[in-house]
Design a protein around this ligand. Structure first.
Ligand SMILES: Cc1cc2nc3c(=O)[nH]c(=O)nc-3n(C[C@H](O)[C@H](O)[C@H](O)COP(=O)(O)OP(=O)(O)OC[C@H]3O[C@@H](n4cnc5c(N)ncnc54)[C@H](O)[C@@H]3O)c2cc1C
Length: 408
């Protein structure tokens, strides 16, 4: 019956988790997950970490095997895309004109790589790393690559830079801002990773953009905005992402840096939810609308929506957390920092194991841990429980932080 059919648009991390959670919560209506990629649903984080290093083992990236979905009566429509939503008739239209009605629609359309306008960057030779097919292509090209220009000094650009250096590929990273991962991490963490990548032979170029890329039979020349030309065998674009919101916008839903949802992750249409990379939601921690790009965010959104659809509506208030592995440096983030937060170091970056505590109005709002998983887990639990961590506590012995947790 259409009225109890949940259609999920997007077979990524969040869309699949929504389907699985619905079944775990004993939802017994139809579940249809539509994904425009051809592959069985997979996780993206390994693509820039172990997948290529390990020779492209699909089992290490797939979220579940095909039989898992069949056994749970989750219908997967892969290589298919939803092209329109008709809110009046509560139905979606597919690329082939087929129409399917829904009782509830979950938009889990994720994000796509941001394109840059410079001449030559629209060339099909430009490498990217968003999808499994991108990773397979990069892996296939790898043996012929001696020198790569990576555009973007964010998480993915830097993870790829580490991966390439581990294969002895020369790497130039072009970063328009003045520091690495500047949008999302503290100065102390940026500084650590700057030194880390330099030590590993990555050439870093700050405050410059790419003017053009010209190709020839030997490779390409990347012209920087300061006039310097860089020779390379390939260019990899990792300049951030944009949310896939067009479907929602064309259906008249409110879109503003993401599909706007309320604290229950519902759009202004009571029959449509949105989650993950494509959703802009009111964050309890930030006190404003945020749109996050992380596995935790997509998965926890999905679970909250599944709970609501099975009768247990709650405000979404999970603490955001994130990780990025760059070579053997493991960065883990708990909470949400913002520019201007006070930074307090716990431990010594020289020891390669330390954390940065971020404070706003005298209260910890986030921590960044480098090769320091114990402090990450501890502070994640403290921040999740709403325990106040003062600047004095940032450098207190582990035992005192643990005691704080116990007493909470
Ligand atoms: C290389 C890489 C490394 C990453 N590493 C980390 C990490 O270390 N830690 C971390 O927390 N996060 C990491 N992320 C981010 C994380 O993977 C994303 O935040 C997460 O996948 C978001 O899940 P999602 O379900 O919102 O979207 P996605 O996983 O992007 O899935 C959305 C899917 O919907 C499809 N779609 C869009 N429109 C339609 C349509 N109209 N019809 C049908 N299908 C459609 C898209 O093609 C896509 O397959 C990484 C991402 C990448 C690319």
């Amino acid at each position: 019956m259409a009225s109890d059919r949940v259609v999920i648009v997007g077979a990524g991390q969040g869309g699949v988790e929504a389907a699985i959670s619905l079944r775990q919560k004993h939802f017994d209506g139809e579940i249809v997950v539509v994904g425009d990629e051809p592959d069985l649903p997979y996780q993206r984080p390994p693509l820039s970490k172990d997948f290529i290093k390990g020779g492209g083992q699909l089992r290490g990236v797939q979220l579940r095997d095909g039989s898992f979905f069949a056994e749970r009566k989750i219908e997967l429509l892969l290589g298919r895309s939803v092209t329109a939503i008709d809110r009046a008739s509560k139905s979606v239209r597919f690329e082939n004109g087929e129409v399917m009605s829904y009782g509830h629609l979950v938009l889990a359309t994720g994000s796509r790589n941001r394109k840059l306008r410079a001449p030559g960057l629209d060339n099909p030779a430009v490498l990217e790393l968003r999808t499994l097919q991108h990773a397979i292509r990069l892996m296939e090209r790898l043996p012929s690559l001696g020198k790569v220009v990576v555009i973007g000094g964010g998480f993915i650009g830097l993870e790829v830079a580490s991966l390439l250096r581990a294969q002895n590929v020369e790497v130039d990273v072009i970063e328009a801002a003045g520091r690495l991962m500047g949008r999302v991490v503290s100065h102390a963490t940026s500084d650590y990773f700057r030194a880390f990548h330099l030590q590993h032979g990555v050439r870093l170029h700050f405050g410059v953009t790419v003017e053009s890329v010209e190709y020839d039979s030997e490779g390409c020349t990347v012209l920087l905005s300061d006039g310097r030309p860089l020779r390379a065998d390939a260019v990899l674009l990792a300049a951030g992402v944009v949310p896939n919101v067009e479907l929602a916008a064309e259906a008249g839903l409110h879109v503003e840096n993401g599909i706007v949802v309320d604290e229950r992750l519902l759009t202004e249409d009571a029959a449509i939810s949105a989650l993950g990379d494509c959703a802009s939601y009111p964050s309890v921690q930030a006190g404003c609308m945020v749109r996050l790009e992380s596995v935790q965010n997509a998965v926890d959104h999905a679970r909250t929506i599944a709970e609501r659809l099975t009768g247990d509506a709650k405000r979404y208030d999970s603490l955001p957390w994130f990780w990025s592995y760059q070579g053997d440096a493991r960065l883990q983030i708990a909470g949400l920092a913002a520019p201007g937060d006070q930074e307090i170091l716990r431990g010594d970056p020289e020891s390669r194991k330390f954390s940065v505590f971020l404070f706003r109005d005298g209260r910890a709002v986030a921590t960044e841990s480098i090769n320091d998983p114990g402090i990450h887990m501890l502070t994640r639990r403290l921040l999740s429980a709403g325990v106040e961590i003062t600047p004095e506590m940032a450098c207190a012995p582990d035992g005192e932080l643990k005691a704080l947790l116990k007493s909470s």
